[in-house]
Design a protein around this ligand. Structure first.
Ligand code: DGL
Length: 217
């Protein structure tokens, strides 16, 4: 199976690496959009015109595309599914799992401003997090720090300590860039909360699709 993986930047590489490791026989084609990075501060209209042609091109070489960008998945997945000829695997904040796992009734979602503003994210909260408190730290500059590989550990520590003080016992990584600092966040948490990110769920979904798809080559 030929698997396309798309993101604005290095977040997608973390997902592509995880897929490659779990599915060594699949061909993984990773495409990112460094020209238009970051996506998290763009409007939905801007993102549609930027992302549609990139995925149309990627669809000509792949059997399935993982939209390894929460910002794109939560805001554009429906119009993209209409425009793109191969199945799209969407990646979105793991609100349902967090709501099921929290014991304190409080969890944190770290995501870009555009993801947090999306109708889909609001729907996830309204549907799965009823009666829970969702803390949303200001992560607006995290993806830039990670893309530039200049991570301000102190700043991240302040934000993570704050969500712990608010009672969160689960921290959702709702932007694939943050997968690169999962280890740092886990270290800062030091057992106070667990970290959720979607790579295993993406791979399970790809396994299901692989069974359904007849490879073209
Ligand atoms: N990696 C992307 C996400 O999962 C967005 C990063 C950005 O371009 O701001 O939301």
């Amino acid at each position: 199976m030929r698997i396309g993986v798309f993101d604005s930047g290095v977040g997608g590489k973390s997902v592509a690496d995880a897929i490659h490791k779990a599915m060594p026989n699949a061909e993984v084609i990773f495409v990112y959009d460094h020209v238009n990075f970051p996506y998290g501060s763009k409007t939905t209209e801007e993102l549609i015109s930027i992302v549609t042609p990139i995925l149309q091109e990627l669809a000509t070489k792949t059997d399935v595309i993982v939209v390894a960008c929460n910002t794109v998945s939560t805001n554009l997945i429906e119009p993209l599914r209409e425009a793109i000829s191969v199945p799209l695997v969407a990646v979105e904040p793991m609100v349902k799992v967090a709501a099921e796992q929290t014991k304190t009734g409080v969890f944190a979602v770290c995501a870009t401003p555009r993801t947090l503003a999306s109708v889909r994210y609001q729907w996830l909260k309204d549907t799965f997090a009823i009666g829970k408190t969702v803390v949303e730290p200001d992560c607006a500059d995290w993806s830039r720090m990670i893309e530039a590989n200049s991570i301000n550990e102190q700043k991240i520590k302040q934000q993570i300590d704050e969500v712990c003080r608010a009672g969160a016992d689960v921290v959702v990584l709702g932007c694939t860039h943050y997968h690169w600092i999962e280890g740092l966040i886990t270290k800062i948490l030091d057992g106070r909360a667990v970290v959720l990110q979607p790579e295993k769920a993406i791979i399970r979904q790809l396994d299901r699709i692989a069974k359904e798809i007849e490879p073209i080559v």
